[in-house]
Design a binder for this molecule. Structure first.
Ligand SMILES: N[C@@H](CCC(=O)N[C@@H](CS)C(=O)NCC(=O)O)C(=O)O
Length: 238
């Protein structure tokens, strides 16, 4: 297959766009990166490409695909790999369903608590939101990561290699772990000890995720941390 012509319209500080970067790196695909300035109104040429004005958007051999989950899945589907099995066998279809359920659970049950925590208006509110965040990870995510009979690897369901589950959640896991450093004041530092104690599976998985080169190679913690504090205010202020 000839190499596709891929253009990614992105901004490296955006966790949604970050999903596409993880898949592109893991698949070893060459692409052109076009950075969209998110601090100024979108220019008309970009709104023609993506009328929603959001990043990421992918141009894949000239076909425009918006929305991070769809972009990332398209890359995984078009370039079969360890990220995602094909759907033309029952085992492959089941693994795909499991990954979809995991990503759906992470997005609907965990992310809302993550965002409420970093946007908390007071130290008390931050503590309450953090407790809810840890409780959601314990109840919803912990049982899905390494169920009985799963493999021995560190990734989703014991995979030795990164999967689409990590490509779609890794950017948020990076933020969850790194923004709990005291200098940002966004997530109480005790969160790591709490997770270690209550969610050993998540602790193991999240450490492997953030150490993976495909996940962390574009992450600029200092920039993301400062920007998040600027936007939402860190706990140090309260
Ligand atoms: N559902 C979208 C969300 C993407 C998104 O919210 N991107 C933000 C940056 S992190 C954006 O483009 N914001 C621009 C704006 O709101 O003007 C996706 O998954 O691709």
């Amino acid at each position: 297959m000839a190499s596709p012509k891929i253009v990614l319209y992105t901004n490296r500080l955006c966790p949604w766009a970050h999903r596409a970067h993880i898949a592109l790196k893991e698949l070893g695909l060459d692409f052109e990166e076009v950075t969209i300035d998110l601090d100024t109104p979108r220019e008309p040429w970009y709104l023609e490409i993506n009328p929603r004005g959001l990043v990421p958007t992918l141009s894949y051999n000239g076909t425009i695909i918006p929305e991070s989950a769809i972009v990332t899945q398209l890359l995984a589907d078009a370039h079969p790999s360890h990220l995602l099995p094909a759907s033309n066998s029952p085992e492959g279809a089941i693994q795909r369903a499991r990954i979809s359920f995991f990503v759906d659970t992470f997005g609907s049950k965990v992310l809302p608590h993550f965002f409420s925590t970093i946007r908390s208006a007071s130290a008390e509110e931050r503590q309450t939101n953090t407790k809810a965040l840890v409780a959601a990870i314990e109840k919803e995510i912990e049982p899905l990561l390494y169920p009985a009979g799963a493999g021995a690897g560190p990734f989703f369901r014991g995979s030795e290699k990164l999967t689409l589950a990590e490509a779609l959640t890794g950017s948020f896991v990076l933020r969850l772990l790194s923004l709990s450093k005291p200098e940002y004041g966004l997530i109480p530092a005790e969160v790591s000890a709490l997770l270690e104690k209550r969610t050993p599976g998540f602790s193991r998985w999240s450490k492997a995720v953030v150490q993976h080169d495909s996940v962390n190679y574009i992450y600029d913690e200092d920039k993301v941390g400062k920007r998040t504090v600027q936007r939402y205010g860190g706990g140090a202020k309260h």
